[in-house]
Design a protein around this ligand. Structure first.
Ligand code: C5P
Length: 206
């Protein structure tokens, strides 16, 4: 079974993906970490994030299997990921790893921006998780506070809007729901309620 979960930054898709993977005993891949790893490598090497050739090279050099580094969660890395992820060669370099991950038994829950549209167009279930930008900024601020990063919620809201804009308007694999995706709006749902909504959608499909 493959469950594809797409949606904008801080919509709750990551938490949902983790919990669904546990529930259905599937592997979980947070595909954003791959793009974050590319950005982080460029930052570490002092490369210009806006240089597409350097980004493509960095994407070919990272080890996608090393995807659990908490350093990748910072705001700067997320911003960088959103820049390098618009480069078609970066996306191409990360495609095989994601498809192989999905195809290996026992199946997977993968969350990102283009999982239902590009990476796993034949996924058994496709969810598109959304929430208002203000609510997403509030959640991201809480997450950063817990991680000990200084936060300015207004700045985070601006980041989120900029990231949405870039992710939705890029030419390659923009953020958009697959035609057969089912939407879950988590603006007024906590993690448990979002999980229950997803489980009831999945069980109707099985
Ligand atoms: O989900 P996360 O915030 O970790 O993603 C960081 C950035 O990576 C996103 O803003 C997006 O630009 C990019 N990304 C992507 N495709 C994915 C996952 C993430 O373009 N499947």
């Amino acid at each position: 079974m493959i469950i594809a979960i797409d949606g904008p930054a801080a919509s709750g898709k990551g938490t949902l993906a983790r919990r669904l993977a546990e529930r259905y005993r599937l592997k979980h891949l947070d595909s954003g970490v791959l793009y974050r790893a590319v950005a982080q490598r460029m930052i570490d090497l002092g490369l210009d994030l806006a240089d597409p050739a350097a980004a493509a090279k960095a994407a070919r050099e990272i080890d996608p299997a090393r995807f659990d580094d908490p350093a990748l969660r910072s705001r700067r890395t997320g911003e960088g990921a959103s820049i390098v992820s618009a480069v078609p060669e970066v996306r191409a370099a990360l495609l095989d790893f994601q498809r192989r991950f999905a195809a290996e038994p026992p199946g997977a829950v993968i969350d990102g921006r283009d999982i239902g549209t590009v990476i796993c167009p034949d996924a058994d279930v496709k969810l598109f998780v959304i929430a208002s930008p203000e609510e997403r900024a509030r959640r991201r601020a809480l997450e950063l506070t817990r991680a000990g990063e200084p936060v300015d919620e207004a700045a985070i809201l601006l980041d989120i809007r900029a990231r949405d804009e870039r992710d939705m308007n890029r030419a390659t694999a923009p953020l958009k729901p697959a035609e057969d995706a089912i939407r879950i709006d988590t603006t007024t749902l906590d993690a448990d309620a979002a999980f229950d909504a997803a489980v009831s959608i999945i069980e109707r499909r099985m």
